[in-house]
Design a protein around this ligand. Structure first.
Ligand code: SAM
Length: 282
């Protein structure tokens, strides 16, 4: 098995990580080297990202790319950086090989070839905002006034992590869509592993009509959120959690949705990443 490592300048590391996760959606190992950050992926020669793609992802931040053959413990090392995420004592997202969490919601995610271990800042922001929106709602999906949480769409579901947590928070039915076949497979498998009803479909936001739901959670990058705003807003949507946004791009995303009657109800940032709760009233 090979270990393919790319070293990048610290200042631009977060941006490069976002690009690298497109190439290696199952996750990358991160090693802090002081002035530089090293990201590494493991795999058989044919399974690793191509060098030109890797260099392009790192862009001007690139310091060095290196390849090494690793010993038999590579599988253990790979697992070391799929750490459980524990959120506000409420939600645990963990890989299948970690022991059960002690929080009320304990979700197992095996990302396979799909994006979404839960640990990326953009995913984490969505989880926090979903938790806030669900605030106080009982497990049966009804709020204090007895209203059902209603349908939710996980748009760009990757591993299905957001849809699965949404179902556990009480939204129902939960639909999950992705343009990538591996993500559809991973989301279905993860829904089964968590005994959660998830309606997973392959769909491309750029060309296809979206299912009609009141709540959408979309962890996509800003250009796609902006390009897809009218398609997302076309249905009866009242609330959009939009994530995958770099902080300086948040206002532009908000403007794209303002054109369809949405205002910013909440805004949160974690490092370089921002997420918005966009709301539209009848
Ligand atoms: C940043 S990942 C988010 C995955 C997961 N929801 C999470 O939060 O961890 C973005 C996902 O959007 C999907 N995606 C990208 N472009 C898309 C499009 N045009 N239509 C539908 N899904 C898309 C990708 O395949 C990827 O799985």
């Amino acid at each position: 098995v090979l270990r393919l490592a790319v070293r990048v300048r610290r200042e631009e590391a977060e941006l490069v990580l976002a690009e690298l996760l497109e190439l290696a959606p199952g996750g990358v190992e991160e090693v802090d080297l002081g002035d530089a950050i090293e990201y590494a992926v493991y795999g058989a020669p044919g399974e690793l990202p191509a060098l030109p793609d890797l260099r392009a992802a790192a862009g001007a931040a690139l310091v060095d790319v290196s390849t090494s053959v690793v010993a038999d413990d590579w599988a253990e090392r790979w697992r070391e950086f799929h750490r459980p995420l524990v959120l506000e004592g409420a939600i645990t997202v963990r890989p299948p090989w970690e022991p059960a969490g002690t929080t009320p919601i304990d979700v197992i995610i095996d990302p396979g070839q799909a994006f979404g271990t839960g640990a990326h800042a953009s995913t984490r922001l969505c989880l926090e905002l979903m938790l806030d929106l669900a605030g106080g709602r009982a497990a049966g999906g009804r709020d204090a006034g007895g209203h059902a949480a209603g349908a939710l769409l996980d748009l760009g579901c990757g591993s299905g992590v957001l849809g699965i947590v949404a179902a556990r928070l009480g939204w129902s039915p939960v639909l999950a869509v992705d343009c990538d076949a591996a993500s559809v497979d991973a989301a279905r498998a993860n829904a089964r592993a968590n005994a959660v009803a998830l309606d997973v479909r392959r769909l491309d936001l750029r060309t296809d009509q979206l299912p009609e739901v009141p709540t959408v959670v979309a962890n996509l990058l800003s250009p796609l959120l902006i390009a897809g705003a009218s398609r997302i807003a076309a249905g009866p949507v009242r609330v959009v959690i939009a994530s995958g946004i770099l902080v300086p791009e948040a206002d532009e995303v908000a403007r794209a949705f303002a054109a369809h009657g949405f205002t910013v109800a909440d805004r949160r940032a974690r490092g370089e990443w921002a997420a918005l709760v966009l709301a539209r009233h009848p």
